[in-house]
Design a binder for this molecule. Structure first.
Ligand code: GAP
Length: 511
């Protein structure tokens, strides 16, 4: 493999610092409250970021609600949409298990006063028989950091080590564990549960009675409206309800840019079916969802399916076939993978809980099965929209030392914020007027950019960095014969076409 080729495809050379810098420089993602120094775990989406995010959201909505997949029987599935409130009756979160159980186990370090998620720490026990202590690290710690700390404690990294998750270490043995930033062993406390829900108060008084929560998942809004949707629409089992929207989690360690943030967006669909069919539908949705991510331009080698281990399962997935994650190879997880979407068999957990807590009957009377009464089972494909956007950005980020920008975003045209740019070669000789004429025609059909200022090289570089698939350039020859150049982003190859055919050209290439 040529060096340049390797550079452009190997996720190892995609440096997150460069991706974050490009996102800010070109207006995709900014730190929230940037002028005040930001606020940890919150991000704002700039002019191009919102376009990219909306494109992914709209493609998901289309694949779910507008033209749902064709089912195993050859007929289109029934999926309807919903937009529920961010704040719901707090009793709903008691019923769903979030008030009692939506928490992470945290350990504190008495020496450094730092707090860590117990399940995010690993302990490395050096293979040196003289050494009876374990060094703990964040699970994503890189080899250089591990090597440096081994050296600090005068241990040979080359001798090897035994690795355990801190969750596997009995708490009485914490006296032999050195915290990730500590100098002495035995400073980590026993784990304590920390609830991730953001609290707020509804109305003028702040008391226990007015306490409410910002939703930590969009899914519950769907379960709360299951009966309303059944009563008001013509859906029949099996069917789905889909929702896209914000969710809030007071994550202890927001990290890796927008991968784990405290405010984020989810795209969730709850698929209600007869309990005997849940297994079949789970397989169906796993396949569909992987195909969908690939349709956004993700390469198959960058995606894996990973079955949750028994101890990772959420409270609602325990009794079913469990949860499978679709994971993507992010630069910061390389050579490993990080979760993009979980496909869970939630059984009848949520509806049964809401039936008990609300006192409302949530059974389905199935006319196709001799009026059998049952609480449907649920298969839930739950994807991150903001996290998906990060995956799309990381996949598209391509290092190319042979072009002035040194990098381009290889977006699939479907997700690209701008489908084409119209660039007059100079700001005189009638070029800008001609460019505006083309822009006025194309903007009715596609999101396109008209960029008049700066030299043409700089403008191509900008379009490469924002991932615009095509640039149309108006030059002297346009004024003579009505042709324009088309520059293709990935190959930088140029051809001439008639300006009158520009719209047809884009339609053919982009659809
Ligand atoms: N209703 C099920 C549910 O919420 P989840 O695995 O906790 O399941 C689903 O969340 C998806 O939401 C994840 O696969 C991930 O893409 C996204 N997500 C979860 N927490 C997130 C966070 N703190 N920041 C960004 N995305 C997050």
């Amino acid at each position: 493999m040529q060096a340049a080729e390797k550079m452009s495809t190997d996720p190892q050379v995609k440096d997150m610092k460069d991706i974050v810098a490009l996102c800010k420089r070109r207006g995709f993602i900014f730190p929230a409250s940037d002028i005040y120094g930001g606020i940890n775990g919150f991000w704002d989406f700039g002019p191009l970021g919102i376009e990219l995010k909306n494109n992914i959201r709209d493609l998901w909505w289309k694949a779910m609600v507008i033209t749902p997949p064709i089912g195993p029987d050859g007929h289109p599935l029934q999926i309807v949409g919903l937009d529920s409130a961010l704040v719901q009756n707090p009793k709903a979160w008691v019923a769903s298990g979030h008030v009692g159980g939506f928490s992470d186990p945290m350990v504190d370090c008495r020496e450094t006063k730092k707090r860590y998620r117990q399940d995010h720490l690993v302990v490395l026990y050096p293979n040196d028989p003289q050494y009876e202590f374990g060094l703990s690290f964040h699970e994503e710690a890189e080899e250089v950091e591990i090597k440096q700390r081994f050296k600090k404690f005068k241990l040979s990294f080359e001798d090897g080590y035994i690795k355990k998750s801190l969750t596997e270490v009995p708490t009485e043995n914490y006296i032999y564990v050195i915290g990730p930033d500590a100098k002495e062993p035995g400073t980590l406390t026993e784990p304590k549960e920390f609830n991730l829900m953001f609290e707020t108060y509804v109305g003028a008084t702040q008391s226990e009675d007015s306490k409410a929560y910002l939703r930590p998942e969009t899914a519950q809004g769907i379960f709360l409206n299951y009966k309303n949707v059944l009563d008001s629409s013509r859906v029949k089992m099996p069917f789905g309800i889909a929702q896209v929207g914000k969710a809030f989690r007071n994550e202890v360690n927001p990290r890796n840019f927008i991968f784990r943030s405290r405010e984020f967006e989810q795209m969730e669909m709850e698929w209600f079916c007869h309990p005997s069919e849940a297994k079949k539908w789970r397989e169906f949705w796993i396949e569909e969802r992987k195909k969908w991510w690939m349709s956004l331009g993700m390469s198959e080698s960058a995606l894996i399916l990973r079955e949750h281990d028994k101890d990772e399962l959420s409270h609602y997935a325990k009794a079913g076939e469990g949860t499978i994650d679709i994971e993507f190879q992010f630069p910061f997880t390389y050579p490993g993978f990080g979760e993009l979407e979980g496909i869970a068999h939630r059984c009848d957990f949520d509806l049964t809980q809401h039936q008990e807590h609300s006192g409302q009957k949530l059974e389905y009377i199935d006319p196709e099965r001799d009026n059998e009464r049952y609480i449907p089972h649920v298969i839930e494909p739950a994807a991150g929209l903001t996290r998906g956007m990060l995956a799309v950005l990381c996949e598209a980020y391509t290092v190319d030392p042979d072009r002035p920008s040194g990098v381009y975003l290889n977006f699939h045209p479907k997700v690209a914020p701008k489908k084409a740019a119209i660039l007059p070669l100079t700001a005189k000789d009638g070029h800008p007027e001609k460019a505006e004429q083309l822009y006025m025609e194309l903007r009715e059909h596609f999101p396109v950019d008209l960029d008049i200022k700066q030299n043409i090289g700089k403008r191509y570089a900008r379009q490469d960095e924002i991932g615009t698939p095509y640039c149309f350039t108006i030059d002297g020859q346009t004024m003579e014969d009505g042709t324009i150049t088309v520059r293709e982003r990935n190959t930088m190859a140029q051809e001439r076409i008639s300006m009158d055919n520009a719209l047809a050209y884009l339609r053919e290439k982009i659809g």
